[in-house]
Ligand binder design. Structure first.
Ligand SMILES: Cc1ncc(COP(=O)(O)O)c(C=O)c1O
Length: 407
């Protein structure tokens, strides 16, 4: 499919267009899953080669000092900080989002003695409430779920923590982060924001909203690679009272004293648990640097234009799908989700045509618009394939109806 003059015009006017060349993108693929696993920055390959061959191969254990491995978690945290409106010393890159949730939920409960409820919404990304369930089993927490329109009313004197995902993983709907933070704090609770689908895609200003805690993934819009380390944020005013339960040696005030007793490092460093994963952090740093170079505001502006253009292309072809994302691009993250009974085979048929989106059970087709490397021509092409797959009912083929472990 050749791009229409309209798509060409939009691509020519796109100031982020040159950044596409900074990524590895396979020929013949339109990648609409950067909200799940970001594409590979070209520089990641040379950075990995350098760290593996020179720093590890030649430097060996000396590189913990000479190559700055020991400070990597803090250094990368300080680079993520401006992307989310935090100060450099309030963010650290470590562990997975799930593990960081566990540490911060437990720390928040500890800061609100007498309160045990962690309030969230049904349909949140499962790992978030699962981590509360683990603490619940130990008698430390009590899970409460309230639909988003009833969250404010559910904030009573038992709620220690309001824990929400800013941009919903399935629908892309964005919470009013400022208003909910204020409501929770007015009710005496703390707030933990999961920024996995926000960081590097939509502007977030944690300082302006007076946030308490946040976590987020490194492998989505930050392009840190599969299973990349995540990040955790703790507002400076909580550093003195912070006490998280995974008291590993890397979070010790002086790990190389090898003391018998644990003494927490003073700031977010206490969130470190075991040895920092240097290779994973190396890849993450390249992605974070690239996102910082492009800038979150331009990324957000382009992501809104891309998603609007996708809807425009579908409408032009007369494809009427059930949009479950907010219709207003200001109220959603960098994705569009549609409900369709046959979402799974449609997604497979699209993948066979080189259009990679994803399926979220039971009936959601999800398309992410990573603005750093997508062209308007790609969007037009993807919408065209989607319209054809639906109109021709190509999804009925047996091969598109078999499920693998990862959907
Ligand atoms: C909102 C949200 N939180 C957490 C996670 C997963 O965290 P982890 O990296 O621990 O698997 C995801 C993964 O897609 C997510 O979408």
């Amino acid at each position: 499919m050749n791009p229409t003059p309209r798509a060409r015009e939009l691509d020519e006017a796109d100031r982020l267009a040159p950044f596409r060349a900074r990524f590895v993108l396979p020929e013949g693929v339109v990648y609409l899953d950067g909200n799940s696993l970001g594409a590979l920055p070209r520089e990641t390959m040379s950075a990995m080669e350098r760290v593996i061959c020179e720093e590890w191969g030649e430097g060996l254990i000396r590189s913990w000092n000479s190559a700055g491995w020991f400070e990597m978690a803090q250094r990368i945290g300080s680079k993520i900080a401006p992307l989310i409106g935090a100060a450099a010393h309030e963010v650290i890159a470590c562990d997975s989002t799930s593990v960081n949730l566990f540490k911060l939920i437990a720390a928040a409960l500890d800061m609100r003695p007498g309160r045990t409820v962690v309030l969230s919404e049904p349909g949140n990304f499962p790992t978030d409430p699962y981590m509360v369930a683990g603490l619940e089993r130990q008698g430390l927490a009590e899970r409460r779920l309230a639909p988003r329109e009833e969250l404010a009313a559910a904030l009573d004197e038992n709620v220690a923590l309001l824990m929400l995902t800013h941009v919903h993983y399935k629908t892309g709907a964005m919470h009013d982060i400022g208003e909910l933070t204020r409501a929770a704090q007015d009710a005496g609770a703390l707030v933990l924001w999961d920024l996995s689908h926000s960081t590097g895609a939509v502007p977030v200003d944690l300082a302006a909203i007076g946030a308490d805690f946040a976590v987020g993934c490194g492998y989505k819009y930050l392009c840190g690679g599969p299973g990349a380390p995540a990040f955790a944020y703790v507002a400076e005013r909580h550093h003195a009272d912070l006490a998280q339960p995974l008291t590993g040696w890397f979070g010790h005030a002086d790990p190389f004293a090898f003391s018998d007793d644990y003494e927490a490092a003073p700031g977010v460093e206490q969130l470190l648990c075991g040895t920092s994963p240097v290779l994973g952090l190396t890849a993450l740093e390249v992605g974070v640097d690239l996102v910082a170079e492009i800038g979150v505001e331009p990324l957000h502006a382009k992501s809104r234009d891309l998603s609007e253009f996708f809807l425009e292309c579908l409408a032009r072809r007369g494809t009427d799908l059930d949009l479950v994302s907010p219709a207003d691009s200001a109220a959603r993250g960098s994705q569009l989700s549609f409900r369709h009974e046959q979402a799974f085979p449609i997604c497979q048929a699209l993948i066979a045509r080189g259009v990679i989106g994803d399926f979220r059970a039971p009936d959601i087709l999800r398309f992410g618009f990573a603005p750093a490397y997508l062209r308007f021509a790609d969007i037009e092409q993807a919408a065209g394939h989607l319209a054809e797959v639906i109109a021709s009912e190509e999804w009925r083929k047996g091969e598109f109806n078999r499920r693998a472990a990862v959907t």
